[in-house]
Design a protein around this ligand. Structure first.
Ligand code: ZN
Ligand code: ZN
Length: 167
């Protein structure tokens, strides 16, 4: 509220500091809710994981190192595993040995993965249509609620390309 500091950028710096503090508070709350002690390492890795996208362990390491250059890879990977165990993050194998991490959401979702370009789309349970029933009818298997499916395919861009010969 007070404007007793000189210089134009003060407001920008203040709002950046405030945003970082709010992000830290939010990350702390997420860990506490999961019954996971909010250590400095866990907070850093959780923030490096970000919000929406699928992030490889290497990318998370790179992001964490932007803030703490001395961060040890094995510490980051171990912390990621701890976040997965606590249910804060999910690890998905998207095929071809690509393991991706993302924030856990309220409900599970499956992944369609493009075999051409690696694009990933989310598929909710409703998007599976009658697949669970068809699977049960054909094999007696049921889809368990704790597992997600990874479905290989071609994204619209790549399937378009498959119909037209490349020059
Ligand atoms: Zn594609
Ligand atoms: Zn996902």
């Amino acid at each position: 509220m007070t404007h007793d500091h000189c210089g134009a950028p003060a407001g920008a710096i203040e709002s950046q500091v405030r945003a970082e503090r709010e992000a830290m508070d939010a990350a702390t709350a997420v860990l506490r809710t999961a019954g996971c002690r909010p250590t400095a390492q866990r907070l850093l890795v959780l923030q490096a994981l970000g919000g929406e996208d699928h992030v490889s362990a290497d990318a998370i390491l790179a992001r964490a190192r932007e803030r703490h250059p001395a961060m040890d890879p094995s510490t980051v990977y171990r912390t990621l595993d701890a976040l997965v165990d606590a249910g804060v993050a999910r690890c998905t194998d998207l095929g071809r040995g690509r393991r991706f991490y993302e924030r856990a959401r309220g409900h599970r979702h499956h992944h369609a993965v493009c075999q051409g370009c690696g694009a990933v789309a989310h598929v909710h349970d409703a998007g599976l249509g009658s697949l669970p029933e068809a699977l049960a009818a054909a094999t007696g298997f049921i889809l368990t609620a704790d597992r997600e499916l990874t479905i290989p395919g071609l994204c619209p861009d790549c399937s378009e390309g498959a119909h037209h010969a490349h020059p």
